[in-house]
Design a protein around this ligand. Sequence first.
Ligand code: DHB
Ligand code: FE
Length: 289
Amino acid sequence: MARITASVYTSHVPAIGAALDLGKTTEPYWQPVFTGYDFSKRWLAENRPDVVFLVYNDHATAFSLDLIPTFAIGTAARFEPADEGWGPRPVPPVIGHPELAAHVAHSVIQDDFDLTIVNRMDVDHGLTVPLSLMCGQQDPAKGAWPCPVIPFAVNVVQYPVPSGRRCFMLGQAIRRAVESFDQDLNVQIWGTGGMSHQLQGPRAGLINREWDNRFLDRLIAEPEALSRVPHDEYVREAGSEGIELVMWLIARGAMADIHGGAPPRVVHRFYHVPASNTAVGHLILENTQ
Ligand code: DHB
Ligand code: FE
């Protein structure tokens, strides 16, 4: 049986990818950001999963206004880093896990969640920056990240976006799906994006430290109540792009305590401003059973 052993939560700021790719990680502006992930890289090396189920959002890269899937699962064997206007990031391709992805698609769709199945797509900074933060900079010649990754894209760019509640319930369906897969796999689920940021309009540059930290507290201790926060509160309090945080509820819904198990262990928590226009938040939660 496959098991979800831990969940990881992190922001995905594209300038973090550029800082890594251009060798700027020790510069005074960036050094405090990367310090927050020193523990995480060691932890991931010591707790390497067989598969990462990576919940992220595409930024009009693979999808556009022509086609807007609310939830899309990547079932391909391989996903290339996308060209977002400056050429693809110099990172390895993402190797998928088609068998588990196809199983999750089958189970979750039969569990009443509509997923779009994606057999071909490139992956943008929403997916590659969290991988770089957690795995460290990788030599593209190595040919792969440390483990297979199932990309799971959520529409948080074009309204209407899914509610936090639906994301939380989808996470529960993903857990049921993973646990009904007959191979013995250690699976981590990552929720990415956020925290507070607004990239356009009169409130561009908005950061809300208090709201972000309360979100982290509640994600740990009262995720069910947090999932009922309406999308307009995210936009009002955390900025227009703060809505990316609903994706963290998918990962949280897949943890053991939501299914009658023990509360997760908080193994790491980090919060830092500034990083480009975004407040960087990061959590690692381990299931204890
Ligand atoms: C920034 C943050 C994002 O989430 C994004 O998708 C693009 C840019 C930023 O902080 O600059
Ligand atoms: Fe983003």
